[in-house]
Design a protein around this ligand. Structure first.
Ligand code: ISE
Length: 304
C-alpha cells in the first residue's frame, strides 16, 4: 500500500485527494497540506499540515502529489527528490524551462526516477485511441494537426501568457506524445480579441507549432469561449484523417475526469506517466510561445 500525501487543497488537490481516497487500488490518502488548514481539513485525510515541506518529510508519507500554485512546484518537487519520494506534480511542472531543467538535473543526480508530471490527457480514452490508430498506420504519414482548446471562462488572474503556459501547455505535451517527436518552433498569431475576453486579455490566440519532422500543428486557444469546455484534435495524414470525438462539457474537471483517475492508477502502479524531461520540453515550447506572443514571428524552441 502506497501512503500518499497531497500538497495543495485547491481544485486540483481536491480532485486528486478524492480519487486517492476511493478509486486508486494500492494507494491510501494519508495527509493533505495547505496554508489554508481549513481547506486541507475538508479533504478528510488522517493528517493535515500547513507546510508542504513537513508533509513531504513525514515518515508515513511514501509518495506525494503536488497540486499547489505553479510557483511552488520547483521547491516541493526538489524536496521530494531530496527525500527520495516519488512525486506526481500537476502541470505545468514549472513556470520556466530553467526551473524545469533544475528538476531534471536533480533527478538525474539522485540516480532514480522519481518525478512524474500530470499531463493527464495521455490517459484520456479519446487521445489513447487516436494514438493507437495513428501508430497502427490508419492514416499514413501525418501532415497536419488541428487542435482547439476552448474554456468557457477563466479567472481574473489569467493573463495572455497563461493562455500558452497554463492552457496550451497541454497541446505542447499531447502533440509530442501523439507524434513521438519534438516541437521545433512556435509562432503565435492573434486575431482581434473576443468581446467576452477580460480587458487586456489577448484571447483567442492561434498557436502554430512546427514539429521536427515537418508536421505542422495549429492550436486555437480560446479561454473565454462562453459556450462550454471544448477540446478538439484532428490529425490529417496522407491517407485519411483521425479526430477526437466532439465532447463539449462544462469544464476540464468533467471532460477529463476519467483521465485523472487513469493517470493516478498508472502512477501508483509504476506505469509510464509523463516525466521531468517532458515537463521541461513543454516549458521550453511555452517559453518560445510567450516570446512569439510578445515580439511576433516564429521563435525556435531551445531544448538543451
Ligand atoms: C487548467 O489548469 C487545465 O489544466 C485545463 O485542462 C485547461 O483546459 C485550462 O485551460 C487550464 O487553465
Amino acid at each position: 500500500m502506497t501512503r500518499v500525501g497531497v500538497v495543495g487543497a485547491g481544485l486540483m488537490g481536491t480532485i486528486h485527494a478524492r480519487l486517492l481516497a476511493s478509486e486508486v487500488p494500492g494507494a491510501r490518502l494519508v495527509a493533505v497540506a495547505d496554508p489554508d488548514r481549513a481547506a486541507a481539513e475538508r479533504l478528510e485525510a488522517p493528517a493535515t499540515y500547513e507546510d508542504g515541506f513537513e508533509l513531504i518529510a513525514a515518515d508515513d508519507v511514501d509518495a506525494v502529489v503536488v497540486a499547489s500554485p505553479v510557483f511552488t512546484h520547483e521547491p516541493f518537487v526538489l524536496a521530494c527528490i531530496a527525500a527520495g519520494k516519488p512525486v506526481l506534480c500537476e502541470k505545468p511542472l514549472t513556470a520556466t524551462p530553467e526551473a524545469a531543467w533544475r528538476i531534471v538535473e536533480a533527478e538525474r543526480a539522485g540516480g532514480s526516477h522519481l518525478v512524474s508530471v500530470g499531463f493527464m490527457r495521455r490517459f484520456d480514452p479519446g487521445y489513447v485511441e487516436l494514438k493507437a490508430r495513428l501508430d497502427a498506420g490508419a492514416i499514413g504519414r501525418p501532415l497536419l494537426v488541428h487542435c482547439a482548446h476552448r474554456n468557457p471562462f477563466v479567472h481574473a488572474f489569467f493573463d495572455s501568457a497563461m493562455i500558452i503556459t497554463d492552457s496550451a501547455v497541454h497541446e505542447a505535451d499531447i502533440l509530442r506524445w501523439l507524434l513521438g517527436e519534438e516541437i521545433s518552433s512556435v509562432d503565435v498569431r492573434c486575431p482581434r480579441a473576443s468581446a467576452r475576453a477580460r480587458e487586456g486579455l489577448q484571447d483567442p490566440q492561434l498557436i502554430l507549432l512546427q514539429m521536427a519532422s515537418g508536421v505542422l500543428a495549429d492550436v486555437e486557444a480560446f479561454v473565454s469561449a462562453g459556450y462550454g469546455y471544448d477540446i478538439r484534435c484532428e490529425i490529417v495524414g496522407e491517407d485519411g484523417t483521425l479526430a477526437l470525438p466532439v465532447d463539449v462539457s462544462t469544464g476540464f474537471e468533467q471532460r477529463f475526469a476519467a483521465a485523472y483517475g487513469h493517470e493516478l492508477r498508472a502512477w501508483i502502479a509504476g506505469e509510464a506517466v509523463a516525466g521531468a524531461a517532458d515537463g521541461f520540453a513543454a516549458a521550453a515550447v511555452c517559453a518560445a510561445g510567450v516570446e512569439s506572443l510578445r515580439s511576433g514571428g516564429e521563435v525556435p524552441v531551445r531544448i538543451g
